[in-house]
Design a protein around this ligand. Structure first.
Ligand SMILES: NC(=O)c1ccc[n+]([C@@H]2O[C@H](COP(=O)([O-])OP(=O)(O)OC[C@H]3O[C@@H](n4cnc5c(N)ncnc54)[C@H](O)[C@@H]3O)[C@@H](O)[C@H]2O)c1
Length: 339
């Protein structure tokens, strides 16, 4: 079975992905700096669960520590790298842009260097729906130009896409970039809406609702998301000189110049924020107090994924209904925090 390096393995998505890969018999090497952007205990707990699988090993180091990263790569020689570690969060990038420069630009450059040196079969890296920025044509598809990032977070992820493309071209390195759309589910991030809303509701606090509730998101359940990643591992972008053997997909984002493509992983369903909150209230059996606030700087009113390319490549489309996903999250939250 193949050996996969997963960066950000103690993170929300990295944890779920590593678990799925381990359950399927892969060897997983986790790499995570356990940053204190949010509660480190939940990151430790995720790694503790992964450590119960004999084929899991991990290293706690930062991506910026090139020595540590290359040493691990040279020892373990993973065939595939899935790069999820990043300074995430749209709003925090207004406060601390340097963290994004260090983790997302320098860190991703170091991962690219390792992938090049190892000549991996496939490098897969996380981008975000935030790169669609000020685009208004919906649903968002991968062939749309997106040159209007509204936050520095989005700008670093857009830069990662460009960096990935250049390495794919120069070194013939197959690279897939995922654009994720608002991922949610058990062991989720404490800085994201669902966690914050449930936490506040159970403490009797009010929640902050931006743009007076006039927002919509394409919420993607984490099990769907990591299954999509798993399927895309096998959809290796073809090198330019090998393309004559396959029929091109009409909706492909494959680069004309490199073995490189961008793929949305989203639910292709736009959920209104107020409907999302109502579903949480229904599950909790209570009404949540709300502070209705104006739009925040850098926020976008809506996201909505065209998941047609994902489906063409993998025969899979995320399909967990929001009520089920919220229910799973709330059950996990109550059990984990004993409330
Ligand atoms: N969760 C979402 O809704 C969402 C949406 C779009 C894109 N993404 C992207 O998906 C990826 C995973 O996101 P997540 O939600 O799991 O976030 P997360 O914050 O839970 O996980 C990221 C992990 O990376 C680690 N990390 C951060 N900087 C590091 C560094 N410099 N060196 C080593 N480790 C470092 C952190 O400790 C953390 O465990 C990120 O690249 C994020 O930008 C997430």
């Amino acid at each position: 079975m193949k050996r996969i390096l997963v960066t950000g393995s103690a993170g929300f998505i990295g944890f779920h992905l590593a678990k799925l890969l381990l359950e399927q018999g892969f060897e997983v090497i986790g790499y995570d700096g356990m940053t204190d952007y949010y509660d480190v205990n939940i990151k430790r707990e995720r790694h503790r669960i992964l450590a119960q699988y004999p084929r899991f090993q991990s290293q706690q180091s930062m991506l910026e520590d090139y020595q540590a990263l290359t040493q691990l790569c040279r020892q373990q020689r993973p065939q595939i790298i899935i790069h999820l570690a990043a300074q995430a969060g749209v709003r925090y990038s207004l406060e601390n842009p340097r963290a994004y420069t260090d983790s997302n630009l320098v860190g991703t450059f170091n991962v690219l260097e390792c992938a090049r040196e190892l000549n991996v079969e496939h490098l897969l890296m996380a981008s975000t729906s935030s790169v669609y920025g000020a685009n208004t044509e919906m649903p968002f598809n991968e062939r749309q130009p997106c040159d209007t990032p509204l936050t520095y977070y989005a700008a670093t992820k857009k830069a990662n896409e460009a960096m990935g493309h250049s390495y794919a071209h120069i070194y013939d390195l197959p690279v897939t970039m995922f654009r994720f759309f608002t991922v949610y589910g058990p062991y989720g991030r404490p800085d994201l809406a669902l966690f914050k809303f449930v936490h506040a509701a159970l403490n009797g606090d009010a929640i902050d609702v931006y743009n007076h509730g006039d927002m919509a998101r394409d919420f993607t359940y984490v099990d769907d998301l990591v299954f999509g990643i798993r399927q895309l591992m096998d959809a290796i972008p073809a090198a330019k000189d090998q393309r004559h053997t396959t029929t091109p997909l009409p909706n492909d984002s494959l680069s004309p110049a490199a073995p490189y493509r961008v793929v949305n992983i989203g639910n292709s369903d736009k959920i209104k924020l107020m409907d999302f909150i109502s579903e949480i209230e229904r599950k909790l059996g209570m009404t949540i107090r709300k502070n209705m606030l104006p739009m925040q700087l850098g926020d976008v009113p809506a996201t909505w994924a065209d998941a047609g390319l994902l489906q063409s490549l993998t025969d899979f489309r995320p399909n967990t209904p929001i009520a089920k996903g919220i229910s799973e999250f709330v059950d996990w939250y109550r059990n984990y925090y004993g409330v």
